[in-house]
Design a protein around this ligand. Structure first.
Ligand code: HEM
Length: 148
């Protein structure tokens, strides 16, 4: 069972929503640059959706929605459904999640620079794993349903 986020982490994540609104696509584009250094991970993605800018936009939208609703996850049910369906279609596995964390958190720093301090990055690290654990759990059930 995922440990609930602290009130402080929730407050920090929510406070970053305006910055994400403004710079979300820059952050996710930078994240993919970092992520695609690994050819095994790059293979999972449809490069047309990358080059058209669609995928960075979708991911930025998901992260923004998450930052706004981190204390109201019921609002994300449909989004979680879509993401996990797409992840299962493309073969995303739990072992891929650390690479996305390792690309996303530095990308936030790359783009927002001095506007984020260690405390903000730590809060986002916790929030990332909170969401990742939810996605991983739903994806596990979907893989099992496909296998059955
Ligand atoms: C908390 C972490 C993550 C979030 C919030 C997230 C979010 C999303 C979203 C919003 C989409 C688009 C769904 C749609 O079609 O509407 C997507 C698709 C996708 N995600 Fe994730 N994702 C996460 C982790 C990962 C990981 C760890 C991987 C594997 C490296 C991954 C690989 C993919 C792939 C391959 C697609 C399909 C893209 C395509 O169509 O080319 N994601 N994800």
């Amino acid at each position: 069972m995922t440990k609930p986020l602290s009130a402080e982490t929730i407050a920090i994540v929510k406070s970053t929503a305006p910055a994400l609104q403004q710079h979300g696509v820059a952050i996710t584009s930078r994240m993919y640059e970092r992520l695609f250094v690994d050819p095994e991970i790059k293979k999972l993605f449809d490069m047309a959706a990358q080059e058209s800018g669609e995928q960075p936009k979708r991911l930025a939208g998901a992260i923004l929605a998450f930052s706004k609703n981190v204390d109201n996850l019921g609002a994300l049910t449909q989004a979680v459904e879509r993401m996990t369906t797409r992840h299962v279609e493309t073969g995303v596995k739990p072992e891929h999640y650390p690479a996305v964390a390792a690309a996303l958190l530095p990308a936030i720093k790359d783009v927002l620079g001095d506007a984020v301090n260690d405390q903000v990055l730590e809060a986002w690290g916790e929030a990332y794993w909170f969401l990742a654990d939810i996605l991983i759990g739903v994806e596990k059930a979907k893989y099992e349903a496909v296998a059955a």
